[in-house]
Every structure is written in structure tokens, then in C-alpha cells.
Design a protein around this ligand. Structure first.
Ligand SMILES: NC(=O)c1ccc[n+]([C@@H]2O[C@H](COP(=O)([O-])OP(=O)(O)OC[C@H]3O[C@@H](n4cnc5c(N)ncnc54)[C@H](O)[C@@H]3O)[C@@H](O)[C@H]2O)c1
Length: 663
């Protein structure tokens, strides 16, 4: 069968060849055995409903074995036989160009160069899934290949509910992931629902077909590290940044460290993950011996030249050694997957990777204790170095939250965390409150020259805007112009021809309109997909991350994320997605995102103007209502520009008056 035929066949009538388990690639850890015997019956029944009865006798034992061995039914046999990567848009069988673009985005997510555990359909973060099984993938691709611009595909946590009649201005796909009743949103509920095949953890860009590999996060990490270094005063040269994780997103840290100009040391316990980043040139040196690494760190700091070192081992061993040897660390953080502490996101000190994986599957309670003990040691070492001047920040992976739950010494007397989250100190006040967020685009021709042209347009647009930018946002504009000018030289593309930068509403809109015009004139040869990750001013309600700098008590509400997606849905998004979980963990966050295909048409111009305006300003308005000064500044500026925008502004109350009243 050709690529096109295989897509159009969906779930084939005849049983495909069984696929051998490929030991060369990185596989998801075995998930814990959480289902009761009765629930296992249900899980198998659920899996088999994708297939005609005639195949059940053969598939049932196979799926039962997968459930037993891996804790999930992935339906490995149904992995497609073609190579997985994003093709140029015209190579997809499709009646809708928009749907073809979505197919390319899905295949990019699953590209083994991009995905963390590609055969288990896990894109990043250890559990960030695009689909739960290969039957869902095949059905979705078939629906996309056959749908028209008068239909909408409805996705329930990887499962395609079906195509429903709609209209050409409606989204082609609506995605929900992990939407459960709030009282059933504990981590074990995810394990159970996912094992049953009825829900999944979509992370942010995994389940919304918008992951562009680690580039997406290099940029955010670069500006975070740059601003963290600025907080420590002086030049970044010779400053030491210590952190953990060389996985899906965390792998961006060493690259970002180099771009920001610091010396970085990143611990990674999984040699495969470390090797992958080394081979890609994202980390300069791998070390597995602390006796050799420590002098190398001192030498690098003394040379004051940016370099990225990796420690292939447990980060707790690294921190304890740095503390014992009294090495001065300027900046510290952590990007292990602590949003997923009990299922492979964080490996406890004192055990090899293999021992941990075994314990996790066979003795989850002991594993949990080991993780919590490890976190207590982890924090103790960090506290020692912080007492000597290190600036430590939580990097949005629930490090402080899980450490506090583990009883680590991470709380102040008033119950708040000793250390800030990077959003409280950096991203919130400097970026989100002004509407700056992670605007990204992907060239559907898959041609590097189209990406280069789009970079050039983005620089031109931002430079023009920057000439008249108010002082409050001049720094952000400068950093982003610098970033985009360097982006091509930094070889950031892994997988699709994609780019990211941070821009506010004006920047995003004008860049998108310039792209659309270039497509119209043929200067860019194919449509472009616009999108963002969910880590943005409006998309995400996450009390310990994106909305951690909301102080009016509303940070535990999720109206903004839900409104964001509804509003995008009727203003021109090609697809929208709303997820429970993402970043900090199941039950801890609601996040929304969108994708928009622009094709040079007048409709695309209209969608850009209407949808991006809402997508950014919804969050600024909420942040302004929460009395965030920068957001108030940004929304008043927008109201002055846009007479139809009328936002409710807060009156400031005198706190002394209130306190006196309540005495
Ligand atoms: N704030 C942000 O912008 C932001 C960005 C990216 C990621 N995150 C968060 O950071 C975390 C990491 O994301 P990811 O996609 O890289 O996940 P990932 O699971 O792909 O990578 C985490 C890596 O940490 C390693 N690791 C786990 N425990 C370790 C230990 N004790 N010592 C050394 N290495 C250890 C794992 O082997 C893994 O490779 C997630 O929780 C994610 O949500 C936040």
C-alpha cells in the first residue's frame, strides 16, 4: 500500500502484520497495574470496539498481554508501516487543505526525532499523549483525509467521536483531553481512566498537535535564563546555571544556556535521553563521573565562555556534591517531570534507572516513598547553595509543590514557598501581563527557504513596531528581534519547518498578516499553520505556573482557559483544544490552545484579526481585573486603539481602610 492508500484505509479490514518491539527507541515506562479484574474486562472490551468481531479472538489475547506488560493497550500491531514525519501539505490525501495541515502537524508530533516515546504515542513529559492507541491514530487520519470544510471532527482524549456537519468558518477539529469531573481528577484517576482507554493526559502541545520539538521551549527558556541572570546582576558570562532534565522540553536548557551566555550543568539520569541531545548538538559535553565534572565546571566558569555540560546521573547526587564542595552556583532550577512523580517523571536518588522502573511497576508505594525521600534530600542541598547566594526558581514542573507534599524544607513560615516560580518573578510581570506569549508557525511546504522568508518578515514587522514601542515593552521587543535574527544560525529546527518567538497582540497580528500576504503573492509557497503552546497570557489557568502571579484569589479558577478556547473556536481557529493537566500535572491545571491554517485568502486575514485579538486580550483583561499593573497598562492601551473593546477595570481600594474596618 502507498502512504496515501494506507491513510485512506483507516483501520484495515485485514489484520496487519504484527510489529516487532523496537528496542532501539525510547519506550514509555510500564504503567502501574491499577485496574481491578472487572475493570480489565472493561479495558479489553473498550479496546476491541475499534475492530470487527471476526478479529476479536486474535486481538483479545494480544491486547491482554499489552495491558499486562505495559499497563496500557497501545495496539502496537496497528502502527503504520510508512515512515512517520510531516510531509509537504500536498502529499496528503485530503478534500480539505485545513485537514491536510492538521495531518502534517499530527505526524510531526509523532516523528521519532520529535516524540519522546513515539511507539506509545507519547510526545513529551513522560505522559503527554496525542492518542491512546494506534487505532485512534488511524481513524483520525482517515477522517481528516475524507472530511470537507463543511464538517468538524470531534476528539475525546484521542478518541475520534466522529465527523459532524458544520460550516467553513467553524473549526475543523475540536479537541478535549482529560476532561473529567473535578472530584475524579487525582493522579490515580488518570492511571485508571487511561488504562481503561477512556481518557488521556494531553500535556499542552502533545494532545493538541502543536509540538514543534524542543525549539518551542528553547526560546522561553532562553529569555527566562537571561532574565534570571539579569536578576543576579552583571553579565551572564561566567555565571553557573545548574538544573536537571534532558528530555522532551527540558532538553532545551543547555541550548538556551549557551544562547543566554552562561555555563550550564544539566543532570539527566537516562543515558538515552542524554545521548539524543548530545547527538543533536543541544548539549556540548556528557560526563558521568562527578570527580571529573566538578573540576571541568570550575574551569568553564573561570574561562567565562558559554558551554553546556551534562551530568549523566541523578541530579540529587550532583546537587549534594556541589554543596559539599562549596561550588558557587548562581542560578538553579529543575525540569524533571515532577508533574508526573509516581509514573516515571522523577527518578529517586540511590537507585539506577532500571531499578526505579521495576520498583515503580511492582511496588508503587515503595517507589513513592523513595521519590519523596529523594525530594527531601534534593531540597536540602539546594537550600545550602541558596543560602550562599544562588537564585533558585521553580521551572513550572511542580517541583516546589511536590517537594512540599514530600515534607521537604521548602516552605516559609507563612506557608508560601521559599522560592519563586519563574512566572511570578519573570514571565508573568515581564511578559504575560503585557500580552507577550509563545507565538509559533509551521511552514506547510516543509521548505527551509519558506521558513527563512518568514523569519525575515517577522524581523521586519517587529523592528517597525519596536520603533514606536513604549518603554515598558521595549526590552521584550529587543530580545525577540535578537532571537529571531539568530534563530536560523542556531539550527533550531527538529522535525517540521517551524519557528517560535514571543510577541504581543500587535506583534502576532501584524506578523501573521504579513505571512498571509506573502502566501497570497507566492513569496511563501504554501499555507502556514499559526499556533502557540498553552503557556501563554490567556490559554492557561495554572495556579503554580501561568497564573501564579494572580493575587486576587482567582488563581484556582479556570474560567479564562475555558473562555479562551470557546472564543477562539468561533473567531476563526482551525482547531482548538482544551486540556486537564499539562505542565504541572493532572488535576492541577486547565489549558487551552489553537491552531490556525492561513492560506493567503481574505478569510485568513479576517480570522487572524478576530481570533488573535481575542486570544491575547482575554487574558490581559483578566490579569488587569486581578489588579496586575502591567496588564492594566496593556489593556488600557488596547482600548485606546480599539473602540469596540470595553473591559471592566478595577477600582483600587485602600488596604488600610479595609483593615481598620475589619478590626
Ligand atoms: N515552564 C516551562 O516553560 C516548562 C517548559 C518545559 C517543561 N516544563 C516542565 O518541565 C518538566 C520536564 O518536561 P520534559 O518535556 O522535558 O519531560 P521529560 O520527561 O521528557 O524529561 C524529564 C527528564 O528528567 C529526567 N529525570 C527524572 N528524574 C531525574 C533525576 N532524579 N535526575 C536526573 N534526571 C532525571 C528524565 O529521565 C527525563 O529525561 C515537565 O514537568 C514540564 O511540564 C516546564
Amino acid at each position: 500500500m502507498t502512504f496515501q492508500e494506507e491513510i485512506l484505509a483507516g483501520i484495515p479490514a485485514a489484520l496487519p502484520e504484527a510489529k516487532p518491539y523496537d528496542t532501539e527507541i525510547n519506550h514509555a515506562p510500564k504503567r502501574k497495574d491499577i485496574l481491578t479484574d472487572e475493570e480489565k474486562v472493561l479495558a479489553l472490551k473498550n479496546a476491541l470496539r475499534y475492530f470487527p468481531e471476526a478479529l476479536h479472538a486474535q486481538l483479545a489475547p494480544e491486547f491482554a498481554q499489552e495491558l499486562k506488560t505495559y499497563g496500557r493497550i497501545y495496539m502496537y500491531r496497528y502502527r503504520p508501516s510508512y515512515k512517520m514525519y510531516a510531509r509537504p501539505i500536498d502529499e496528503y490525501p485530503a478534500k480539505s487543505r485545513q485537514a491536510a495541515a492538521i495531518m502534517a502537524m499530527i505526524q510531526n508530533n509523532l516523528d521519532p526525532r520529535v516524540a519522546q516515546h513515539p511507539h506509545e504515542l507519547i510526545i513529551y513529559g513522560g505522559n503527554g499523549a496525542i492518542f491512546q492507541n494506534w487505532a485512534q491514530y488511524r481513524l483520525v487520519m482517515q477522517y481528516l483525509a475524507t472530511m470537507t470544510d463543511e464538517q468538524t471532527l470531534v476528539m475525546y482524549s484521542g478518541h475520534p467521536l466522529g465527523l459532524f456537519p458544520s460550516h467553513k468558518d467553524a473549526p475543523r477539529v475540536i479537541v478535549t483531553n482529560g476532561m473529567v469531573i473535578p472530584n475524579y481528577s487525582k493522579p490515580d484517576d488518570w492511571e485508571r481512566f487511561n488504562a481503561l482507554g477512556v481518557s488521556q493526559y494531553g500535556q499542552m502541545t502533545a494532545g493538541s498537535y502543536m509540538y514543534i520539538g524542543p525549539q518551542g521551549i528553547v526560546h522561553g527558556t532562553t529569555i527566562t535564563v537571561m532574565n534570571a541572570a539579569r536578576k543576579q546582576g552583571g553579565s551572564p558570562a561566567g555565571k553557573l546555571f545548574v538544573t536537571a532534565g534532558l528530555g522532551g522540553m527540558s532538553g532545551a536548557q543547555p541550548k538556551a544556556g549557551n544562547i543566554a551566555g552562561v555555563v550550564s550543568v544539566t543532570a539527566e539520569i537516562n543515558p538515552k535521553a542524554a545521548e539524543k541531545r548530545y547527538q543533536q548538538g543541544w548539549v556540548d559535553e556528557l560526563h558521568s563521573n562527578l570527580d571529573e565534572l566538578i573540576p571541568r565546571i570550575k574551569e568553564a566558569v573561570a574561562a567565562r565562555k558559554p558551554v553546556s555540560l551534562a551530568y549523566v546521573g541523578n541530579v540529587v547526587d550532583l546537587w549534594e556534591r556541589l554543596a559539599a564542595d562549596n561550588v558557587h552556583v548562581d542560578l538553579g532550577s529543575d525540569q524533571t517531570s515532577l508533574h508526573n512523580p509516581w509514573a516515571g517523571g522523577y527518578y529517586p536518588v540511590g537507585y539506577s534507572l532500571e531499578e526505579s522502573k521495576q520498583m515503580m511497576a511492582e511496588d508503587p508505594r515503595r517507589f513513592k516513598e523513595a521519590v519523596q525521600a529523594s525530594l527531601r534530600r534534593h531540597v536540602a542541598a539546594i537550600n545550602q547553595l541558596a543560602a550562599k547566594g544562588m537564585y533558585f526558581f521553580d521551572y513550572g514542573n511542580a517541583f516546589l509543590l511536590e517537594s512540599s507534599r514530600a515534607g521537604a524544607d521548602v516552605l516559609k513560615a507563612d506557608g508560601s514557598f521559599r522560592y519563586p516560580s519563574y512566572v511570578q518573578d519573570i514571565m508573568g510581570p515581564l511578559y504575560f501581563d503585557y500580552g507577550f506569549g509563545p507565538f509559533r508557525w509551521v511552514c506547510m511546504s516543509e521548505k527551509p527557504e519558506d521558513l527563512a522568508k518568514s523569519d525575515e518578515l517577522a524581523v521586519k514587522v517587529l523592528t517597525e513596531i519596536a520603533a514606536n514601542s513604549p518603554e515598558e515593552i521595549a526590552g521584550q521587543m529587543r530580545d525577540n528581534i535578537h532571537w529571531i535574527q539568530e534563530a536560523g544560525r542556531n539550527h533550531l529546527v527538529v522535525g517540521s519547518q517551524a519557528r517560535i518567538l514571543y510577541a504581543d497582540c500587535e506583534g502576532r497580528t501584524k506578523i501573521a498578516l504579513a505571512f498571509n500576504e506573502a502566501i497570497r503573492k507566492g513569496e511563501i509557497s504554501a499555507p502556514i499553520v499559526l499556533g502557540r503552546d498553552h503557556h501563554d497570557v490567556s490559554g492557561t489557568d495554572s495556579p503554580f505556573r501561568e497564573t501564579s502571579n494572580i493575587y486576587d484569589g482567582s488563581r484556582f479558577t479556570a474560567d479564562m482557559a475555558v473562555q479562551n478556547v470557546i472564543g477562539d473556536g468561533f473567531r476563526g481557529a482551525t482547531w482548538v483544544s482544551i486540556h486537564n493537566g499539562g505542565g504541572v500535572g493532572w488535576g492541577e491545571v486547565i489549558n487551552g490552545g489553537f491552531g490556525m491554517v492561513i492560506d493567503g485568502s481574505a478569510d485568513s486575514d479576517r480570522h487572524i484579526r478576530e481570533m488573535l485579538f481575542w486570544d491575547v486580550n482575554n487574558g490581559i483583561a483578566r490579569r488587569s481585573w486581578a489588579r496586575n499593573e502591567a496588564a492594566r497598562f496593556a489593556i488600557e492601551r488596547e482600548m485606546a486603539r480599539t473602540p469596540q473593546l470595553k473591559v471592566t477595570l478595577p477600582h483600587e481600594a485602600d488596604e488600610n481602610l479595609i483593615r481598620k474596618t475589619l478590626q
